[in-house]
Design a protein around this ligand. Structure first.
Ligand code: SAH
Ligand code: SF4
Length: 430
C-alpha cells in the first residue's frame, strides 16, 4: 500500500514539473514515506532521518515526511524533527507540490487533515509496474479496530471509491496493455458495504468482463467479510486468480477475542473449507501475530495447530509490537520479548517446512505463468507468477515478457519454483 502511495505521489510530482531520480546526490527534494504498523519501522525511520539531516545541511535540499508516522505524530513531528520542511498525512498526498512550493518559500507546510478525504483515489500511479500489472485502490481506511492495530487511527474510517471510476481506470489500463490488476484496500472485501453501489462480488464480475485484463487479484481481506457470494466468485469468474490472503492473526479463541477480530479459529477454518470446496487448488496466505498479551504456551500451540491444519502456502508473521492509541497497549499479561521471538522462530520453522512441501508438490505439473521480467537469478532466465501467486523462474526469451505461457515445474524451493517452458507443436504440448 505504501509503495502504491509513493507511485501516486511520484505521478503528482512529475505532473508538477519535477523529475524522479534514484540517487540522493543532486536531489533538491527528499520525501520519506513512512509506516508505523510496527515499532521497528518507526525506529528505522528515525535513524534514517538522523542521516538525512546531515545530508540536508550539506546539500541544502528540502526534506519532507509523508505517510502513517506523519499522521500519527501530526504537528508534534516538528518537535522531534524540527529540521524538516513539510509533512503530510496519507489523505493529503495530492497536496505534495503545494507543500514543496511552500517549503521552497521557507514556509513549513503541514497537513494532516480529514481522513475521510477521497481525493487521493483520483490520483493514478506513475509506474504501473512495467505495464504488465498494477494495483488499483478501491477502498481505504478501516472500521475494525483490531485491538493491536494503529491503521484505523492513521488511515481513518473506511471509504469506498465509486465503482464507475474503478472500472474506467481498469478499462484504461487494459487499453495500455496491462494484463493484471490487484484491487487494493485495508479491508478490501468490505468494499461498498452499506452503500448504494456495486457490492464487492459484483465489482469483480464487472472487471472480469473487461477485455485485455487476464488476471484479477485483491488484497487484504478480513475473514468476517468473506461472504458466500465472494466465495462463489472463485471458479466462476475465470480471471479471478486462485489465491487469497486472509490474515488469521492467532489460532487461539482467547487471543482472537482479546484482539477484537470478530471470529473464532473454528469459524476461520470453516470459511476456508468452504473456499477450498469451491476452488480446490486455491493458494492461501495469511498474517499472524505471536506474543500478544495473554498468549500463553497453550494459546501459541493453538496457533501452531491451526497453521498445520490449514497448510498455508505462506504466512507473514510478526512479534506483537505495542502501538500508541491502541486498546492492546494497555492490556496486562505482556509476553516477554525473548519468548515472543522464540515463538516466532518456531512458527516460521513450521511454515517453512509446509511451504517447501507445497512447492515440491508442483514438481511434474504444468502451470500458467504471466511473465513479468528478467529473473533476479540469471540474465538468461525469466520470472513470472502462477495464478496462485507462486514465483516461477525459467529459461526463455525476453519477448515473452507480458505474455501468458505454459511452464512445466521441475523443482519446488522455499520461495519459488523452477520451470521449463513447454513447447506447443500442432496444439499439443510436448
Ligand atoms: N489491513 C490489513 C493489514 C494490516 S497491517 C489486514 O487487516 O490484514 C498488516 C499486518 O501487520 C497485520 O495483518 C498484522 O498481522 C500485523 N500487525 C498490525 N499491527 C501489529 C502490531 N501492533 N504488532 C505486530 N504486528 C502487527
Ligand atoms: Fe488493522 Fe484489523 Fe483494520 Fe487490518 S482489519 S487494518 S489489522 S484494524
Amino acid at each position: 500500500m505504501n509503495e502504491h502511495d509513493m507511485e501516486k505521489m511520484a505521478s503528482i510530482l512529475v505532473d508538477g514539473g519535477n523529475e524522479r531520480i534514484t540517487a540522493i546526490d543532486g536531489a533538491d527534494v527528499v520525501i520519506v514515506n513512512t509506516c508505523c504498523v510496527r515499532e521497528k519501522a518507526e525506529q528505522k525511520f528515525y535513524s534514517l532521518m538522523g542521516r538525512l539531516r546531515i545530508i540536508k545541511k550539506r546539500q541544502g535540499l528540502l526534506l519532507g515526511v509523508t505517510g502513517c508516522i506523519a499522521q500519527m505524530e501530526k504537528e508534534q513531528i516538528m518537535d522531534r524533527l524540527p529540521f524538516i520542511d513539510f509533512s503530510l498525512g496519507p489523505s493529503s498526498i495530492h497536496r505534495i507540490n503545494e507543500a514543496i512550493s511552500s517549503a521552497a518559500a521557507k514556509k513549513t507546510f503541514l497537513d494532516f487533515s480529514d481522513n475521510g478525504c477521497t481525493t487521493p483515489f483520483l490520483v493514478k500511479p506513475l509506474d504501473p509496474k512495467g505495464s504488465i500489472k498494477t494495483f488499483v485502490t478501491i477502498m481505504k481506511g478501516c472500521n475494525n479496530f483490531c485491538s493491536y492495530c494503529i491503521v484505523p487511527y492513521v488511515r481513518g474510517r473506511e471509504a469506498s471509491r465509486e465503482s464507475r471510476d474503478i472500472l474506467e481506470e481498469i478499462q484504461g489500463l487494459a487499453q495500455k496493455g496491462l494484463k493484471e490488476v490487484t484491487l487494493l484496500g485495508q479491508n478490501v472485501n468490505s468494499y461498498n458495504k452499506g452503500k448504494d453501489d456495486l457490492p464487492f462480488p459484483a465489482l469483480l464480475e464487472a472487471i472480469n468482463r473487461i477485455d485485455g485484463i487476464e488476471r484479477i487479484r485483491f488484497v487484504t481481506s478480513h475473514p468476517k467479510d468473506l461472504s458466500p457470494d465472494l466465495i462463489d466468485c472463485f471458479g466462476r469468474l475465470e480471471k479471478l486468480c486462485e489465491h487469497i490472503h486472509l490474515p488469521f492473526q492467532s489460532g487461539s479463541d482467547k487471543v482472537l477475542r482479546l484482539m477484537n477480530r470478530g471470529y473464532t479459529a473454528g469459524e476461520y477454518v470453516d470459511r476456508l473449507n468452504r473456499l477450498r470446496e469451491r476452488s480446490p487448488g486455491i493458494a492461501i496466505t495469511a498474517d499472524c501475530i505471536v506474543g500478544f498479551p495473554g498468549e500463553d504456551e497453550k494459546a501459541f500451540e493453538d496457533t501452531m495447530e491451526l497453521v498445520e491444519k490449514i497448510g498455508f502456502d505462506g504466512i507473514f508473521s510478526f512479534v506483537y509490537s505495542p502501538r500508541k492509541y491502541t486498546a492492546a497497549s494497555t492490556l496486562p499479561d505482556e509476553v516477554p520479548r525473548d519468548i515472543g521471538f522464540n515463538r516466532l522462530a518456531r512458527l516460521q520453522g513450521l511454515q517453512k517446512s509446509i511451504t517447501i512441501r507445497k512447492n515440491r508438490a508442483f514438481e511434474g505439473k504444468q502451470v500458467e505463468v504471466l511473465v513479468e521480467n528478467v529473473s533476479k537469478n540469471s540474465e538468461e532466465d525469466l520470472m513470472g507468477r502462477t495464478r496462485t501467486n507462486k514465483i516461477v523462474n525459467f529459461r526463455g526469451d525476453r519477448d515473452m515478457i507480458g505474455t501468458l505461457v505454459r511452464v512445466g515445474i521441475v523443482k519446488g524451493y522455499a520461495n519459488s519454483l523452477k520451470g521449463e517452458k513447454l513447447e506447443i507443436e500442432g496444439g499439443i504440448i510436448c
